[in-house]
Design a protein around this ligand. Sequence first.
Ligand SMILES: C[S@@+](CC[C@H](N)C(=O)[O-])C[C@H]1O[C@@H](n2cnc3c(N)ncnc32)[C@H](O)[C@@H]1O
Length: 256
Amino acid sequence: MPTWDPTRYLQFADDRSRPFVDLVARVQSDAETIVDLGCGPGHLTEVLRARWPDAAIHGVDSSAEMIDRATGSNDDPATTYELADVSTWSPDAPVDLVVSNALFQWVPDQLDVIGRLADHVAPRGTFALQVPRNYDSPSHTLLRDIASEAAFAEHTSDIRADRGTDPVAYLDLFTDRGWDVDLWETTYFHVLDGDDPVLDWVSGTGARPYLQALPDDLRDAFVAAYRAALREAYPRRTTGTVFPFRRTFVVARRRD
Ligand SMILES: C[S@@+](CC[C@H](N)C(=O)[O-])C[C@H]1O[C@@H](n2cnc3c(N)ncnc32)[C@H](O)[C@@H]1O
């Protein structure tokens, strides 16, 4: 399993936090219990805490590095974190609000996992999730193209490349259960600083499995090729580098 680097991930914390704020803004709930699946380094817990000051918040993540960071910076007794894989994790009791930001694209058979976890949402409770859907963008097509070149393919061919999920599949999943669903997409136009900000962004997330799969000597060649291709695809402007990023949002609510 590739590992996560919380410091690298937090490099674009402002831009990465925006979808979470937009997701939570659409939740109508007086939640007393909240679970944040794939909570990452815990920096978004404060968004939940500001909105639900009295709720018990529980973050779940399968990365020891992320959970260590979240736990280390937590001084809120009503917030807890747990190291666990959401594919098999279940809460001890029904949850008023399950929230998940940029997690499920990493989870094999994500619709089955979401469906299983939806069964743990309390009556009138909510399941709110956001996933990226930019797999046809140059940031990802270039990654896959370069990884498939003969020099790299031996090390990268087994990597599961998520091609995104049809948003309507989420709609069906919840409406089949009789839930109300608010489904939408947003394309953010992030304006990023630095010489290679798209490379830096993707190296903290989608490119990690590729970078970690390659031996050191090949990794340098891979990064050089990827960097050059990204510079061409995302030219730097006077204001910075524009990185369009489409994301799918689902806020599903049990009627009873
Ligand atoms: C892109 S980060 C999102 C972190 C945070 N939710 C945010 O929006 O900033 C994805 C997170 O999902 C976690 N993750 C990936 N697969 C997981 C799984 N099967 N179970 C639990 N967490 C997982 C990773 O460890 C990582 O912290």
